[in-house]
Design a protein around this ligand. Structure first.
Ligand code: ATP
Length: 356
């Protein structure tokens, strides 16, 4: 099923929870709605589910406006963070509940449940109650209950937030595999960039109810459209430094700080000429080298997983650099930095929009 959101807006009183949202989701596509708390992800999903009515705009399923269609008539399955299983029912009763409501014959119900349980690897748990299951198992049951209706759309609201880190990673792959197998158009709400980046075909990043960008994980990381997206994606976050561009003998240079300049690589020349810019570079796109054009001083060093996050000063500007722990960098060291050519980013200092 294809989904289109057109000028979709939701106001609660005077507050815009979602403002003029426009994007199209392809049939069988897995789309993540990503953004900080309160950006309008859940409100968007609840409008697609039919639980909230839009204040303005349209939701279309396969080209047909569904704004006035009741949730039960939309053919969507939902999986929540809280699992929302019925505690007094067995796993079997939980999974088959949607079919029972539809008065599907018992034998058919049993057969469908068997198929789904096999796929979700929970056949041995059918007689248990939710309280006797682990978090991951409960989430599989919730997924089973959503799938048994053979929905055209699957809606996930932070389904993995209550699971521990290892289980989250294995469930990510599991959900993705099931989604591929069924080819169901899926919308996945999360504030976890890693989850969105690893699972989604495309990601819609939202801020304050407004869509910031809608693109593939790779593009989101490599070509962020504005400073908010650049900062939100990538860990540790991108360095954003006030800088100036100037030309000398036909070449374009970036002045990071008085007396500290570097040539802008041909492949990253901004298409809009501005003197003052915000220069962006990811900590892992900066290398420490023995000799180079950008001298820097180490201010602070901390462990970041298996690597070192080194805070350096270039003149009066600070920059974070991620380097292998073996480098044995210490506070007070003087060294040189080198920027990866494809890592240069420039943003308009007034609007935050990318100049590339
Ligand atoms: P979170 O990750 O914290 O769940 P979210 O991105 O899903 O956040 P929403 O729950 O969609 O954000 O909320 C968007 C905005 O709308 C917030 O400012 C929120 O306070 C407001 N809001 C959401 N639901 C309601 C409601 N029922 N009544 C009034 N305001 C609401």
């Amino acid at each position: 099923m294809k989904i289109a959101l057109e000028h979709l807006t939701k106001k609660f009183g005077d507050v815009y929870a979602v403002k003029d949202l426009n994007f199209h989701i392809g049939d069988g596509e897995f789309v993540a709605l990503l953004g900080p708390s309160g950006c309008g992800k859940t409100t968007t999903m609840l409008m697609i589910a039919g639980i909230y009515k839009p204040t303005e705009g349209f939701i279309k399923f396969d080209g047909k406006v569904v704004n006035d269609l009741e949730p039960r008539d939309r053919n969507t399955g939902m999986v929540f963070q809280s699992y929302a299983l019925y505690p007094h029912m067995t796993v079997y009763e939980n999974i088959t509940f949607p079919l029972k409501l539809k008065k599907v014959p018992k034998s058919e119900m049993e057969e469908e449940c068997k198929k789904i349980a096999k796929l979700l690897q929970i056949e041995h748990l059918l007689n248990r109650k939710p309280g006797e299951l682990s978090g991951g198992q409960q989430q599989r049951v919730a997924l089973g209950r959503a799938l048994i209706k053979k929905p055209k759309v699957l809606l996930f609201d932070e389904p993995l937030s209550n699971l521990d880190a290892r289980l989250r990673i294995s469930m990510r792959r599991f959900i993705k595999e099931i989604q591929r197998e069924f080819g169901i158009t899926s919308i996945y709400v999360t504030h976890d960039q890693e989850e969105a980046m690893t699972m989604a075909d495309r990601i819609a990043v939202m801020k304050d109810g407004v869509l910031q960008t809608f693109t593939t994980p790779n593009k989101l990381h490599d070509e962020p459209e504005n400073i908010f997206v650049a900062n939100f994606i990538g860990n540790p976050p991108m360095n954003i430094i006030d800088a100036e561009l100037f030309e000398d003998k036909g070449e374009l240079y970036l002045c990071l700080s008085e007396g500290f300049s570097v040539e802008v690589p041909e492949i990253r020349k901004p298409r809009v000429k501005k003197r003052k810019v915000k220069f962006g570079i990811r900590p892992y796109d900066v290398k420490i080298v023995k000799d180079g054009k950008i001298p820097a001083k180490v201010v602070f060093v901390e462990f970041f997983g298996k690597e070192l996050l080194v805070l350096c000063k270039i003149g009066d500007k600070e920059i974070q650099v991620l380097v292998p722990a073996e480098l044995n960098v210490k506070e007070g060291d003087g060294l040189f930095l080198e920027f990866k050519e494809s890592g240069f980013h420039f943003f308009d200092p007034d609007t935050g929009v990318s100049l590339l």
